[in-house]
Design a protein around this ligand. Structure first.
Ligand code: ATP
Ligand code: MG
Length: 334
């Protein structure tokens, strides 16, 4: 498959100078056409920062200090999102890449009916259309996400959390984007509802042909629904693999720990052991591999050397990368 988005050497800080904390470190990540890419990692690993950074929606004091985000348009040369003008960005955000943010289901305006909020989004980007056409499209979008059209007249508080989340997805799909980024609320929805929503998104992806970046801390959810999974720790990608491969044989001890932190929804059960200790403090990052203080396999070198993400010599699968000294990588790995 070919690339839709290519993130190269991305670094993001919060704050400037001495105050700066390095939240995203040297991230390289490719999203392919039509795929579901899962992004997992504990709270604070940088998942949302990455999503905000690649769409240039970082709230202050977030700053992108280096890197590029290449967006491949149909036919044309790739454009760097980080160098787009504001006018180009506005178009890009809704028409090409739509984001459903963490907590988005609470961002619906409580005083407006669902119909108004949907038709407003449609109108903002297609001011020429008729009111009837916008309403018809709003109805269609609700149907798409499995909500009956008679909910158009409802106010947000009359819908469940899961339904509000679906409305947000419908809204994100309004302009038929090529990429949908979904930053799942960690606690707001229970796992059954999350699973329904993710299943629906995957079905829509097949029908409408967009790519998905799905962000969650729950790796078991991703194993079921994503094509590929990237695992983040301390602002870096520490492993990336096809999701079946990752489930069968996680190479990074952190991936292994994360897989054993959530009950599997399907497939063989794992013993839930979790990961001892807590995620690193960005202001006091451990030397070497950031995971080494929590790692059951840490060697002396791990406290000194920062492992490079690369293709492991012991597992030369397609597109499989890991950053761990237990798995030496090819020099020209990437
Ligand atoms: P969660 O699973 O809780 O959503 P996350 O993986 O999305 O976590 P981020 O929200 O991207 O993590 O945060 C990454 C790091 O950046 C954290 O250490 C966080 O404390 C820090 N951070 C996030 N926002 C800010 C901010 N506005 N100012 C300073 N630091 C921030
Ligand atoms: Mg987040």
């Amino acid at each position: 498959t070919d690339a839709v988005l290519e993130i190269r050497g991305l670094n993001v800080d919060y704050g400037l100078g001495d105050e700066a904390v390095h939240a995203i470190r040297d991230v390289d990540l490719t999203l392919h056409r039509g795929e579901v890419l899962g992004l997992a990692g504990e709270s604070g690993s940088g998942k949302s920062t990455l999503a905000y950074g690649l769409t240039r929606l970082l709230p202050p004091p977030g700053v992108i200090t280096s890197g590029e985000v290449l967006y491949h348009t149909d036919g044309g040369a790739p454009v760097d999102v980080l160098r787009m003008t504001h006018a180009e960005l506005r178009k890009f955000r809704w028409a090409e890449t739509a984001i459903v943010f963490q907590g988005a289901m609470n961002s619906l305006n409580p005083v407006h009916r669902i119909s108004t909020q949907l038709t407003d989004v449609i109108q903002a980007h297609d001011p020429g259309g008729s009111k009837a056409a916008r309403l018809a499209r709003a109805r269609e979008l609700l149907n798409l996400v499995g909500i009956s059209a008679d909910r158009l007249d409802s106010y947000p508080h009359q819908l469940s959390g899961g339904m509000r989340q679906r409305v947000m997805i419908g809204m994100a799909l309004a302009l038929e984007p090529k990429v949908v980024i979904m930053d799942e609320p960690t606690t707001a929805l229970d796992v059954v509802v999350q699973r329904q929503i993710l299943r629906q998104l995957v079905e829509l992806r097949e029908r409408l042909g967009f790519s998905v970046v799905f962000i969650t801390h729950d790796l078991s959810l991703l194993v079921e629904f994503s094509d590929r999974i990237a695992i983040m720790y301390g602002g870096r990608i520490v492993e990336e693999a096809n999701s079946a491969e990752l489930y069968r044989n996680p190479l990074h001890p952190y991936s292994h720990g994360l897989l054993n932190s959530f009950p599997a929804l399907r497939g063989p059960k794992r013993e839930l052991t979790g990961i001892p200790g807590s995620p690193p403090d960005l202001r006091a990052m451990p030397s070497g591999c950031a995971f080494h203080p929590r790692c059951p396999h840490a060697m002396e070198r791990c406290g000194v050397e920062v492992p490079v993400l690369g293709v492991p010599r012991d597992h030369e699968g397609p597109d499989r990368t890991v950053a761990c000294l237990l798995h030496p990588v090819h020099d020209n790995g990437l």
